[in-house]
Design a protein around this ligand. Structure first.
Ligand SMILES: [Zn+2]
Length: 216
C-alpha cells in the first residue's frame, strides 16, 4: 500500500484537527520509513523478482521489525507515548498510535502472504490484492481520495502555499504510485532502500502544507 497510507493521514486530521498533517504523515508511513533504514543496516531483507506481483516486483524476504503485527502495535504504542510525553493529550496520542498501526492493517489486503504476525513467528499473512490492478486501484485511490476530501473540508488555505504546496504533493504522490507500473524494476535491494528513504521527504512537506492551511 502506498497512497492509502497518506489517505489515512489526511483523513485523521478530521479526528485530531489540532495535530499537524506532518505528524500524521510521519505516523501513517512510519513502518515504511523505518524499513529502508533496517534494509541498509542488513537487519531486514528484500529481493527483486520482476513480476512477483502485478503491481510490485519486491519479495519481502524478511521484515519482522518493521512489518510484523506485534511490532506495528509496539511502534504505535512507543510513538503514541512519546507524543503524550510531549503534549499531554491522551486522545491525540491514542489516535497517533492507531495511525501508526493502521499501516499494517492497510498493508494486509495488498501484500501477498509475507507479513509476519510477530518477529520469529512462522505465520505470514496477506491477501495479495497487488495481483489485481483494478482492486489495487480501487483500494489505494479510494482511501487516498476519501482522506484528501476530508482534509480539504476540514481546512482552508491561508495563502498560495496552502493550495500549491498541497496539490503538488498530491501530484507527486500520484506520480510515484503510477511510476511503479511503468518503470523497470529497481536494480538492487540497495537502490530500493535509498529510494524508499525519500518517503521521509513527505514529512516536512506535510508540515509545510499544514502550516499554510487553517481549520475551518
Ligand atoms: Zn508497508
Amino acid at each position: 500500500m502506498f497512497l492509502g497510507h497518506y489517505g489515512i493521514a489526511f483523513g485523521s486530521k478530521r479526528v485530531v484537527p489540532d495535530t499537524s498533517l506532518g505528524t500524521l504523515a510521519f505516523a501513517t508511513q512510519f513502518l515504511d520509513e523505518l524499513w529502508p533504514i533496517l534494509l541498509l543496516f542488513g537487519i531486514e531483507q528484500v529481493r527483486i523478482v520482476p513480476g512477483a506481483t502485478l503491481g510490485n516486483p519486491l519479495v519481502f524476504t524478511s521484515y519482522p521489525f518493521s512489518h510484523s503485527l506485534a511490532m506495528a502495535v509496539l511502534w504505535g504504542a512507543i510513538i503514541g507515548a512519546i507524543h503524550y510525553a510531549a503534549r499531554r493529550n491522551r486522545r491525540t496520542a491514542c489516535v497517533i498510535a492507531l495511525v501508526v498501526i493502521s499501516h499494517w492493517i492497510l498493508d494486509f489486503p495488498v501484500h501477498t502472504a509475507d507479513l509476519p504476525l510477530w518477529p520469529g513467528g512462522s505465520t505470514r499473512v496477506g491477501l495479495g490484492l497487488w495481483n489485481s490492478i483494478p482492486a489495487t486501484l480501487i483500494l489505494e485511490l479510494g482511501i487516498f481520495g476519501g482522506g484528501l476530501m476530508l482534509y480539504i473540508r476540514q481546512t482552508r488555505t491561508r495563502d498560495r502555499i496552502g493550495t500549491w504546496g498541497l496539490w503538488s504533493m498530491v501530484l507527486v504522490l500520484l506520480l510515484i504510485f503510477a511510476s511503479g507500473y511503468v518503470t523497470p524494476p529497481p536494480p538492487s535491494p540497495g537502490a530500493v532502500a535509498w529510494t524508499a528513504l525519500g518517503l521521509w521527504l513527505f514529512v516536512p512537506w506535510s508540515y509545510w502544507v499544514d502550516r499554510h492551511r487553517e481549520r475551518i
